[in-house]
Design a binder for this molecule. Structure first.
Ligand SMILES: NC(=O)c1ccc[n+]([C@@H]2O[C@H](COP(=O)([O-])OP(=O)(O)OC[C@H]3O[C@@H](n4cnc5c(N)ncnc54)[C@H](O)[C@@H]3O)[C@@H](O)[C@H]2O)c1
Length: 312
C-alpha cells in the first residue's frame, strides 16, 4: 500500500509514518514544516514540501497515486487559532477541501482525517463526550475541524470519497516538540520541568483531560483505515480516563526528578475547556481498537525520551 501522510514532519504524523513503514508500506510525507521538522520525517519515507492550503503547491503531488490519505497536516493549536482565525482556516479547512479534491482527482478514495475533541467544546454537560454529543466548539480551531468534517461528509455524499474522521483527544508522548510552548499540554509542562523552571499553567489545575498515548492514536488510524465499516463516520479516539492536570504535573515533575518545582497557575487561554474526556466504544466495537498505554506509563516513556535526547 502507498500511504500519503500529511503532517508527517510533525508529532503524530511522524509516528504514523514510522509505523506504516514498519508495516511494509510505501509512505510519502507532505508537510509545510510550519511546526514540523524535516529531520523528524522517518528515514525511508519520501518527502514533498507543500503548503496544503495553497492549490499551486498541490501540483507538487501530481505524480503520486496513493491508495490512502492520512490527513494530519494542519495548525494544531486552539490557542493560536484565537489569534489567527484566518490562518487556521487556511491550514485546517481549506487544506482539507483541496486535498480531498486532489485525492479524488488522482484515484484515491480512502481519506482518514485527524479531527479533534475540540469540536465538542463545552456546550453540553454530557461527559464522557460521545459522537452524538452536540458539538459546540469554543475555539476557531474547533470550528475549522468541525467544518472540515462536514465538508468531507457532503463531498462523500456527492462523490466516491470514503472518509473517516478521527476525533483525537489529548495526544502526547515521545517526540512532542518541547520548543513549542503554545501547543500540547503535556509537552508544555514537560518543557518547563526539563529546564527546571517553575511550571506556568494557563488555567485551572482542576481541568481534566483524556490523555491518549501517541502509539495508541497511531493504532487508531491504522485500525480505522483497515475497517470499511468506519467509512463515513466520525469516531472518538479516547481512553475514557479523565486526568486532573494538577495531578499530571505532580507526576511529571517527580518523573523528571524535580518534585519541588513550583507551579504557577495563570489566567486561562480563550476557549480552553474545563473538562474533556471521551467515549471511544464505537471505534472499539467496529475495529477492536483499545488504548493500551496508561497515562503513568506514557509519561514515563515521554520523560525517558527527553532524557535520552539530553544526555548528561
Ligand atoms: N496532538 C493532539 O493532542 C491532537 C489532538 C486532536 C487533533 N490533533 C490533530 O492531529 C494532527 C497532528 O497534530 P500534531 O499534534 O502532530 O501537531 P504538529 O503541529 O506536530 O503536526 C502538524 C504538522 O502539520 C504541518 N502543517 C501545518 N499546516 C500545514 C499546511 N498548511 N500544509 C502542510 N503541512 C502543514 C506542520 O508543519 C506539522 O508538521 C493535527 O491536524 C491536529 O489538529 C492533534
Amino acid at each position: 500500500m502507498h500511504a500519503l501522510v500529511t503532517g508527517g514532519a510533525g508529532f503524530i504524523g511522524s509516528h504514523l509514518a514510522l509505523r506504516l513503514l514498519g508495516d511494509g508500506h510505501r509512505v510519502t510525507v507532505v508537510d509545510n514544516l510550519s511546526t514540523g521538522y524535516r529531520g523528524q520525517v522517518p528515514a525511508g519515507a519520501d518527502f514533498v514540501y507543500a503548503d496544503l492550503g495553497n492549490p499551486l503547491h498541490l501540483h507538487r503531488l501530481d505524480e503520486l497515486r496513493p491508495d490512502v490519505v492520512f490527513h494530519l497536516g494542519g495548525q494544531s493549536s486552539g490557542w493560536i487559532s484565537m489569534d489567527a482565525p484566518l490562518g487556521d482556516l487556511e491550514d485546517n479547512l481549506r487544506s482539507t477541501i483541496l486535498l480531498a479534491d486532489w485525492a479524488l482527482a488522482h484515484g484515491c478514495r480512502r481519506f482518514l482525517y485527524a479531527s479533534s475533541e475540540s469540536v465538542y467544546g463545552e456546550g453540553s454537560k454530557e461527559r464522557p463526550f460521545t459522537e452524538t454529543t452536540l458539538p459546540r466548539p469554543l475555539t476557531y480551531y474547533g470550528c475549522s475541524k468541525l467544518a472540515a468534517e462536514h465538508y468531507l461528509r457532503v463531498k462523500a455524499d456527492n462523490s466516491p470519497l470514503q472518509h473517516t474522521c478521527l476525533r483525537l483527544f489529548t495526544v502526547y508522548g515521545p517526540g512532542q516538540d518541547l520548543a513549542n510552548m503554545r501547543q500540547g499540554i503535556v509537552s508544555i509542562y514537560l518543557a518547563y520541568a526539563a529546564k527546571g523552571e517553575p511550571v506556568v499553567v494557563k488555567g485551572s489545575l482542576d481541568r481534566t483531560r483524556d490523555l491518549v498515548f501517541v502509539d495508541d492514536a497511531v493504532a487508531a488510524f491504522i485500525a480505522a483505515a483497515a475497517e470499511p465499516r468506519t467509512i463515513g463516520l466520525e469516531l472518538n479516539v479516547a481512553t475514557g480516563v479523565s486526568t486532573r492536570l494538577g495531578d499530571l504535573i505532580r507526576e511529571m515533575v517527580a518523573a523528571v526528578g524535580v518534585p519541588d518545582l513550583p507551579v504557577h497557575p495563570e489566567a486561562g487561554t480563550p476557549g480552553d475547556v474545563l473538562h474533556s474526556f471521551g467515549d471511544a466504544s464505537r471505534l472499539t466495537a467496529l475495529t477492536g481498537w483499545k488504548p493500551v498505554v496508561s497515562a503513568s506509563e506514557g509519561l514515563r516513556r515521554a520523560v525517558a525520551r527527553y532524557r535520552r535526547s539530553t544526555p548528561g
